[in-house]
Ligand binder design. Structure first.
Ligand SMILES: Nc1ncnc2c1ncn2[C@@H]1O[C@H](COP(=O)(O)OP(=O)(O)OP(=O)(O)O)[C@@H](O)[C@H]1O
Ligand SMILES: [Mg+2]
Length: 257
């Protein structure tokens, strides 16, 4: 008998309008993201993937509907509680979004500085050093500024920063967009290894890239026009009879590789 996986993020009837209800970007989204798995969220440009991710982080307020993260409804949380919850979530934003005026090490230290004032500077730096190391960046780069790094190196710093607080939930927005195929595979591999190394952790990867979805996803969600069109295993996805899924598969699989 199949046992139901516990849910890390539970979204019900989520609606979002940025123009006082004239139009909706999210149009009543229902989505359960299982704990301990890698869920890849795909969909054409402009369907609301990033907006959804920002809701999960508490950076956008829903116009309607509910979001529970690790059993708590975001709406009912005060500022301190949201900050405490964010400690359990690591984010790798698109383009890594590093602080340009900080070194690599300072960037990787940033969440520790914010959330772990109880630690000494040395302790924080040691922890950030370790995260940079496991993200695959060599110490010779740690005192460099982001402008001196390649795209792939920036992603690694972004990943180290996302991992700083050993989060239970890792969110990635287009982690490989703009990278070449070799780097793409490296970053996918890193996401995979990171996920497996933290038992029970939940990873959510927003991507355009169907190859990535198949390479790393346990669970695939396809959004279309602000709603969930499909959710299932990679195999379910390939076999889905839905027209839009077929179009996405044709496009995604025909592109490269
Ligand atoms: N802060 C905002 N204010 C107004 N509209 C917004 C805001 N953020 C996003 N939108 C709109 O919401 C829609 C969905 O945007 P979103 O960034 O979530 O798309 P996406 O699925 O992530 O696309 P892509 O694959 O190109 O990154 C777009 O039409 C966008 O213009
Ligand atoms: Mg986006």
């Amino acid at each position: 008998m199949e046992t139901q996986a516990p849910i890390a993020i539970d979204i019900k009837g989520l609606k979002k309008s940025f123009d006082n209800g004239k139009s909706f970007v999210l149009k009543g989204m229902d989505l359960e993201i299982p704990k301990g798995m890698i869920t890849v969220i795909i969909g054409f440009s402009g369907t609301g993937k990033s907006v959804l991710l920002k809701h999960i982080l508490g950076l956008h307020q829903p116009t309607d509907g509910s979001i529970h993260v690790l059993g708590r409804e975001l709406k009912n949380m005060n500022r301190e509680e949201i900050i405490a919850l964010r400690k359990k979530m690591g984010v790798l934003f698109q383009h890594a979004a590093l602080f340009d005026d900080m070194t690599v090490l300072e960037n990787a230290c940033f969440p520790l500085k914010e959330h772990r004032p109880d630690l000494s500077k040395k302790q924080r730096e040691d922890m950030a050093f370790h995260k940079l190391k496991i993200s695959g960046l060599d110490p010779e780069h740690y005192s460099k500024m982001p402008s001196e790094l390649s795209g792939g190196m920036k992603k690694r710093v972004g990943l180290a920063r996302a991992l700083a607080l050993d989060p239970d939930i890792l969110l990635y927005d287009e982690p490989t967009t703009g990278l070449d195929p070799i780097l793409t595979e490296m970053v996918d591999d890193l996401i995979n290894r990171t996920h497996r190394s933290h038992e029970g952790s939940t990873s959510v990867v927003v991507s355009h890239d169907l190859h990535a979805a198949f390479r790393i996803g346990d669970n695939i969600v396809m959004l279309d026009k602000g709603k969930v069109l499909f959710q299932g295993t990679p195999d379910d996805f390939l076999n889905a009879e839905l027209d839009l899924v077929k179009r996405f598969v044709d496009k995604g699989m025909g592109r490269k590789k």
